[in-house]
Design a protein around this ligand. Structure first.
Ligand SMILES: CC(C)(COP(=O)(O)OP(=O)(O)OC[C@H]1O[C@@H](n2cnc3c(N)ncnc32)[C@H](O)[C@@H]1OP(=O)(O)O)[C@@H](O)C(=O)NCCC(=O)NCCS
Length: 160
């Protein structure tokens, strides 16, 4: 059973281990380049009272009372741009099983509850998985990308 929940301080070690467990290809796509400091990245994903408009959602597989992280999405509101920005990943063995879409839906609902109207993300033009997921979730190409990356955005609806 997969459940989507907000990350908390106690998740830092397992989130760091999750990032390390991603294949180099998935990790590279998630971070749009190489990163090695995953304990730092995981710590950055934790909720902070100084930034109530940022959150990380985890997809957790529950088996025999144990939880394993199989996906994450990080959301942060950019007040200057009046939009939330996100990044997402799903563990390689669980990709293409609906987990990414489940997390996107939960993230959008949470952003709506925070009063946000727009959500946006950036991905490599070659990232067919992310482009497909964004399209399915109703995102459009804003045309603000460059030759390497594509910028995708969606207006959030309060009626759900
Ligand atoms: C992008 C990613 C998060 C998608 O997660 P996922 O759980 O595999 O996606 P889902 O199973 O929910 O798929 C939803 C839709 O996305 C599209 N999609 C997913 N994988 C795809 C693929 N390999 N090729 C084309 N479209 C794909 C499809 O439209 C799919 O809907 P469908 O299954 O009804 O056809 C996952 O592939 C991943 O973690 N990639 C590595 C990290 C990354 O690229 N992050 C994005 C940059 S921030």
């Amino acid at each position: 059973m997969v459940r989507i929940r907000a990350a908390s301080a106690s998740d830092v070690a397992s989130l760091s281990a999750y990032f390390i467990s991603l294949s180099p290809t998935s990790r590279n796509k998630r971070f749009m380049g190489a990163r090695a400091d995953f304990a730092v990245v995981a710590a950055e994903c934790l909720p902070k009272t100084s930034h109530p408009d940022r959150f990380t959602l985890l997809a957790e597989l529950r088996r025999e009372g144990q939880g394993t992280i199989i996906g994450e999405t990080r959301y942060a509101y950019d007040a200057a741009a009046s939009q939330g920005e996100f990044a997402i990943s799903v563990a390689d063995a669980f990709q293409r099983q609906g987990v990414g879409f489940l997390m996107m839906t939960a993230m959008e609902m949470r952003a709506v509850n925070l009063g946000h109207d727009m959500i946006a993300g950036e991905t490599a033009r070659t990232n067919a998985e992310m482009r497909g997921l964004a399209k399915k979730a109703g995102f459009r190409d804003t045309g603000l990308g460059d030759w390497q990356s594509i910028h995708l955005a969606k207006r959030l609806s309060r009626r759900r």
